[in-house]
Design a protein around this ligand. Structure first.
Ligand code: NAD
Length: 281
């Protein structure tokens, strides 16, 4: 039976550590502040934004909320970002994606000061990750590294297979595993022989965006399986990219959905925000 990597407990530990640190910083007169921008009212985005604000409250980070109507112009959004970039009391700026279709997401991401880019999406931070320099790292992959470390999974020298090459998950994930001295294989929609490649993995990280795609035929005996996917199944129950019941007997450790990778993302956002204040204010 596989060990269950408990993201709920680990993210709670992380949030409690941050809460303590934020309280100590407050005693020195340093108040951490995150600006959260949402354009339009996409229901999923509203849930994510609500959870991020809740985490801020728990940890003691002030959150400034900017809820802009769907028809906000790109210029108006860029003007708000410029104002927040200048504001010395704001340490992190988060612009919830996706943005409405009339906006250029890349342009908006690049407008955020890279020192306040707590999502780790700015090209300067992405570039820093590529060449091994310090910078903010995308929260979901950074959270997976934290999960692996805190669960005692050894990474160095292991063969890690990452499925997915998105800018938010797959690419930064593979770079982080490389930084941890894993041997990394990146698979994507054009990869041939996916089951064979996955079966060779010591650590299999699945960010494919397809419900319960990964079955037992993809998983070698004793592999560590990290499931990034979040979906609703036909019974409206949450599930991941991995068919958990089928894969779990072969794995040595596995993340569940819910309660695996998901809770780590927000915890790492909070960590980035505290870092931003410590490094740049
Ligand atoms: P995405 O759709 O941008 O990327 C999916 C990737 O999977 C692509 O790079 C594609 O090449 C690859 N892929 C698609 N079909 C494939 C196939 N048949 N074989 C091999 N590779 C294939 O998705 P994303 O933004 O990287 O997210 C992936 C999943 O993770 C989604 O389910 C998303 O909801 C979830 N997610 C979860 C969190 C979290 O906090 N837990 C955060 C971000 C994303």
């Amino acid at each position: 039976m596989a060990k269950i990597i408990d993201g709920k407990t680990i993210s709670q530990q992380l949030k409690d550590e941050l809460r303590q640190e934020v309280a100590q910083l407050k005693e020195q007169g340093k108040n951490c502040c995150l600006a959260v921008i949402q354009v339009g009212n996409d229901p999923a985005s509203s849930v994510y934004v609500g959870n991020k604000k809740k985490a801020c409250t728990y940890i003691g980070i002030e959150s400034l909320s900017y809820e802009l109507p769907e028809d906000t112009s790109e210029e108006e959004l860029l003007a708000l970002i410029a104002k927040l970039n200048e504001d010395k009391n704001v340490h992190g700026i988060l612009c919830q994606l996706p943005l409405p279709k009339h906006m250029d997401e890349d342009k908006v991401i690049q407008a955020i000061d890279s020192k306040k880019d707590v999502d780790g999406f700015h090209p300067q931070n992405v570039g820093a990750l590529v060449i091994g320099q310090e910078g903010f790292v995308s929260c979901t992959p950074a959270g997976i590294i934290e999960l692996l470390h805190r669960s005692g999974v050894e990474i160095e020298g292991k063969h890690c297979v990452v499925i997915g090459r998105s800018n938010i998950v797959g690419k930064p994930m593979s770079l982080l595993m490389l930084r941890e001295n894993a041997t990394v294989t990146v698979c994507h929609s054009r990869t041939k022989n996916l089951p064979q490649i996955c079966k060779e993995a010591d650590i299999l990280i699945v960010a494919i965006g397809k419900p319960q795609f990964i079955t037992a035929e993809y998983v070698g005996e004793g592999a560590v399986v990290i499931d990034v996917g979040i979906h609703r199944d036909e019974n409206n129950k949450l599930c991941g990219d991995v068919k958990f019941d089928e894969v779990e007997p072969f794995a040595s450790a596995i993340t569940p959905v819910p309660g695996g990778v998901g809770p780590m993302t927000i915890a790492m956002l909070m960590k980035n925000c505290v870092e931003a204040m410590k490094l740049y204010s």
